[in-house]
Design a protein around this ligand. Structure first.
Ligand code: AMP
Length: 370
């Protein structure tokens, strides 16, 4: 099991279905013991309690009745406040033992309304049972008869509970998790200065720098299987196939389990790499904070690359044809990623012309806002 995403938020596994099963069984036993020979009427509070109630009554060892209600709020005619009414109760509750089944009680506001509504229904006794209870936020002096499990004040979903209507169908409980890393995609055409800047920024922000180009070059130098695979593509300035690159990237990230975040340099370079990266990070409850693009004109870049080729030993830096092909790859496959991140409001352009310090300053300003 790993992290899931519902709307814009991430959730991690919290309470397993096996544990829930034990809790529900224990509640059923306690309540049966308490009700003795009475035939109680169980009232589930919709929507959140439907799964709990369904499991609960299957485990209830004696005769019982079950019904569901919904609490709805409406604007009172003569008052400015909201009035809560009960929706769906047709049964005559006079003289009955009523057990309310709640999925979760946190502030106690709903519970208070329930007490108020059932007060004038002439019932024999009213008991409250809740699957989950948050003692840290419960502010009322109201009695709760049966508590399945007390939990800290964390937002949970699953087993009937939702986040904005999603997540009810999950058969266990997940809790919200917030990304802990700072993950940056450093973007820009070949020669824009990504490597130089990444070296400075990784120290400044304590991040791990992953340059896919460097990893490929390392593998080529050491004649690994990956290196042999990548060599022909790289030598001609073409992109290495996505599947190879994505797997390599994942293994580089996995090597740095304690990282505070990553600077991805040269990755993603295609939309499917960007999508794979999103899914991969989401499974860890993490995300890309932003793509920062170094903007430099192509002619200046060709000049820079040819200059670099004199000392870098990179064959793809020494031939203007290969350099132009890399730009072509960038323009046709990579530049569209600007839109991919812009759509998520995660694209930030930075002028890549100037001194190294000036450019680091511009990039830092952006990173500080992420
Ligand atoms: P770079 O050092 O980033 O300019 O990358 C040099 C070469 O490595 C590229 O021209 C590609 O052949 C290969 N490469 C690096 N990153 C990727 C990637 N994300 N996808 C495919 N090929 C890549």
């Amino acid at each position: 099991m790993s992290t899931i995403k519902l709307h814009d938020k991430y959730f991690e596994p919290y309470i397993s279905k096996e544990k829930i099963d034990l809790i529900v069984q224990s509640l059923a036993n306690q309540i049966a013991e308490d009700c003795k020979d009475e035939v109680p009427i169980f009232i589930g509070i919709l929507n959140g309690s439907f799964m709990f109630v369904a499991d609960f009554i299957r485990k209830y060892p004696r005769a019982c009745e079950v019904t569901f209600v919904k609490l709805t709020s409406y604007q009172g005619v003569n008052s400015t406040g909201l009035v809560t009414q009960l929706f769906g109760i047709n049964e005559d509750l006079t003289g009955r033992t009523v057990v309310i089944l709640e999925d979760i009680i946190d502030t106690g506001n709903t519970l208070q309304k329930i007490y108020k509504i059932f007060k004038d229904k002439n019932i024999k006794s009213l008991k409250i049972a809740t699957l989950f209870f948050k003692p840290d936020v419960f502010k009322k002096e109201l009695h709760i008869d049966f508590i399945g499990l007390s939990i800290p004040d964390e937002f949970i979903v699953g087993y009937g509970l939702d986040y904005d209507n999603l997540g009810r169908n999950i058969d266990s409980i997940y809790k919200i998790t917030t990304p802990k890393m700072t993950n940056i995609v450093l973007f820009g055409p070949p020669g824009a200065g990504k490597g130089t800047q990444a070296d400075l920024l990784k120290v400044k922000y304590d991040l791990v720098h992953i340059s896919t180009g460097d990893v490929f070059r390392y593998n080529i130098k050491n004649e690994t299987e990956l290196g042999l695979l990548a060599k022909s593509y790289m030598d001609s300035g073409n992109l290495v196939p996505d599947e190879v690159t994505i797997n390599m990237l994942k293994s580089e990230v996995e090597k740095n389990k304690d990282a505070k975040g990553f600077i991805f340099d040269g990755f993603p370079r295609t939309t499917s790499q960007a999508e794979a990266l999103d899914v991969f990070l989401a499974e860890k409850g993490e995300t890309i904070n932003g793509m920062i693009a170094l903007e430099v004109s192509e002619d200046l870049l060709v000049e820079r690359l040819l200059e670099r080729g004199k000392t870098s030993g990179r064959s793809d830096d020494q031939d203007e044809g290969k350099i132009r092909n890399r730009f072509n790859e960038y323009d046709t496959k990579t530049a569209i990623l600007k839109d991919f991140y812009a759509k998520q409001n995660k694209y930030f352009g930075a002028n890549g012309v100037g001194s190294i310090e000036e450019i680091t300053g511009r990039l830092s300003k952006i990173i500080d806002t992420l």
